[in-house]
Design a protein around this ligand. Structure first.
Ligand code: 4AD
Ligand code: MG
Length: 542
């Protein structure tokens, strides 16, 4: 199978080539209907590029009912010969000689309406069809841009001599100290915890009932009696044993042990599930930074790139509960080095998109944001503005604009402030540094004034904060105090503090949300449109 991109990129030079292509019909037109010699044109896309390959299908040649090929959404797998056609956009079309496979489509119910070539559907409308929307001009362009940004990230850091390391998703520490973590638990540990609690407490508490409801929810309506918050102790116990039985029915113990030979067992042969799997609360990571720091303190320059989770209850157009973060960490580096690296990295990404995603960017300009391409050009070639937090606050105070969020020294900058600085005042990315310690995480290095920390945020037009980073606190006594001041449990950070006991080193790093970078590049307004399956409050289905 040849990817359509290879054919269209090759243009007329491809004429005469016999190829097999597979893709989905975006638009089809049957012509010469009822005549002895009917034929059809199909605009087919296979996701490899923005353009469609025009298929010319003659009923007589393929011996196939043309009406089954033309509906929008039909998948076709065909063989044919590329031939010149001056009317087609890329100067070629495919004369189909054989239809190898055709997928059924319920044309009347297909939810994505036919669009004119290169036209965009409303992103908010297609958001309801996360499973189909990658077939649209818009979302497929976004995913190619996303793919290029991932690749460019690898390339940039590799070329700079960084090691790619993988930090865990499950962790016990709250890197940001903001408490925005999803706790991880198992169904069995829920049930066992409840069972233990019931033994201790003769009457069920509200917490028992709530926990039992979680169990009940997992189980479905077998424990329907728990619907009422007035469930009795007996009802709860029944629900728990029902649940355990149901779980065991799914897989016999023997089958289970074959799957996991090392599973711990009690004397009677039953599986000994631990009360708490990890023996202490575990969470989905909010940042790989703490792990990355430990590796940077041995390997020098490292980066990681992976899914990151935040239980933020914010319904904004720039927050997700699950997003992808690129994080870099380097030893023997201060805040200046951090800003320099973040700036050259973002410039590299912009340049990469200009060189590798021209069609996609042209589409964005035409359909969503006329400035998108210019913005990439500007950012890839212009030094970012750097101002201190204090300067930023002064500028915002003097602004002849009323902000929804009050401006005074000590506030966390809101998106409207960040956008004002980048879009109105400086008209380019701005790096704000030296933030008040009260609004930043415990690990950031305390400045000599003891009021500010060596933090920096890269702000960009359209989005606001794209990158957050800092020089890390390498002094043990100061770090200890900062952890305590943040109200975090010191013992959970003991290993982290060991880095300051054994060969402490000046080091810095930053994190960039990939989705924010895509928003910035494409000019799209909503972060839910730049990740395949967005997760946010109320939404985690396919
Ligand atoms: O500023 P943040 O919270 O910084 C950190 O997590 C540091 N530990 C990173 C580091 O120094 N290694 O997050 C970094 C970036 C933000 O600038 C933003 O681009 C993105 O991650 N981000 C989000 N993106 C989408 N949805 C969310 N809920 C996000 N929260 C942060
Ligand atoms: Mg931040």
């Amino acid at each position: 199978r040849t990817r359509i991109r290879a054919i269209l990129d090759g243009g007329k030079a491809q004429a005469g080539r016999r190829v097999v292509v597979g893709g989905w019909v975006r638009a089809g037109r049957e012509q010469g209907h009822g005549a002895p010699d009917p034929f059809a044109f199909l605009d087919v896309n296979d996701g490899s590029c923005q353009g469609n390959l025009q298929l010319f299908v003659k009923g007589e040649v393929v011996g196939y009912p043309l009406a089954r090929l033309t509906a929008t959404g039909t998948s076709v797998f065909v063989e044919g010969v590329v031939r010149r056609d001056e009317r087609a956009k890329h100067g070629v079309e495919l004369a189909v000689t054989r239809v190898l496979e055709v997928g059924e489509v319920d044309a009347a119910a297909y939810p994505l309406p036919k669009t004119k070539t290169g036209h965009s559907l409303d992103p908010a409308y297609i958001r309801d069809f996360v499973h189909l929307r990658a077939r649209t001009y818009l979302i497929s362009a976004v995913f190619r841009i996303r793919s290029e940004l991932s690749f460019a990230t690898e390339k940039y850091f590799r070329d700079e001599g960084f090691l790619h390391v993988h930090t865990p998703i499950l962790t016990t520490s709250d890197c940001e100290g903001a408490g925005e973590m999803f706790q991880v638990t198992t169904l069995f540990s829920q049930a066992q915890k409840l069972e233990a609690e019931l033994k201790e407490n003769p009457a069920p508490t509200q917490a028992d009932i709530d926990a039992a409801k979680i169990v009940a929810k997992e189980k479905g309506d077998t424990v329907a009696q728990l619907k009422s918050a007035q469930a009795t102790k007996q009802e709860i116990s029944t629900a728990i044993s029902d649940l355990k039985k149901a779980k065991q029915d799914v897989l016999t113990m023997e089958e289970r042990s074959k799957l996991k030979p090392g599973i711990p067992r009690r004397e009677d042969g039953s599986v000994a599930f631990e009360k708490d799997f990890f023996k202490c609360p575990a969470y989905l990571t909010v940042s790989g930074q703490l792990h990355l720091e430990t590796l940077a303190c041995a390997l020098g320059d490292v980066y990681t790139f992976g899914p990151t989770f935040r239980a933020e209850h914010s319904h904004t157009s720039r927050h997700l509960a699950e997003f992808w973060m690129v994080e870099a960490e380097f030893a023997f580096a201060n805040l200046q080095d951090d800003m320099n690296c973040a700036e050259t990295y973002v410039q590299y990404l912009c340049k990469w998109l200009l060189d590798h995603c021209q069609e996609e960017m042209e589409f964005m300009v035409k359909s969503h944001d006329k400035d998108a391409m210019e913005r990439l050009k500007l950012v890839s070639s212009t030094p970012f503005k750097r101002i201190s937090y204090t300067q930023a606050v002064e500028i915002l105070k003097d602004a002849d604009r009323k902000f929804d969020n009050k401006v005074e020294w000590g506030i966390d900058l809101a998106a409207e402030h960040e956008r004002y600085l980048t879009e109105v005042v400086f008209k380019k990315p701005v790096i704000v540094f030296n933030y008040p310690k009260g609004i930043k995480a415990f690990y950031m290095r305390l400045n000599d004034d003891e009021k500010r920390v060596a933090a920096m945020d890269v702000l960009v037009p359209k989005v606001g904060e794209l990158i957050g980073g800092s020089q890390r606190e390498e002094r043990l006594d100061v770090l200890e105090q900062r952890i305590l001041d943040a109200g975090l449990p010191l013992e959970r950070y003991d290993k982290y503090m060991d880095l300051r006991r054994y060969g402490s080193v000046r080091h810095s790093g930053f994190g960039m949300g990939l989705e924010r970078m895509i928003l910035f590049a494409t000019g799209l307004d909503n972060i839910k449109d730049v990740i395949a399956f967005p997760r946010y409050p109320g939404r985690a289905d396919l």
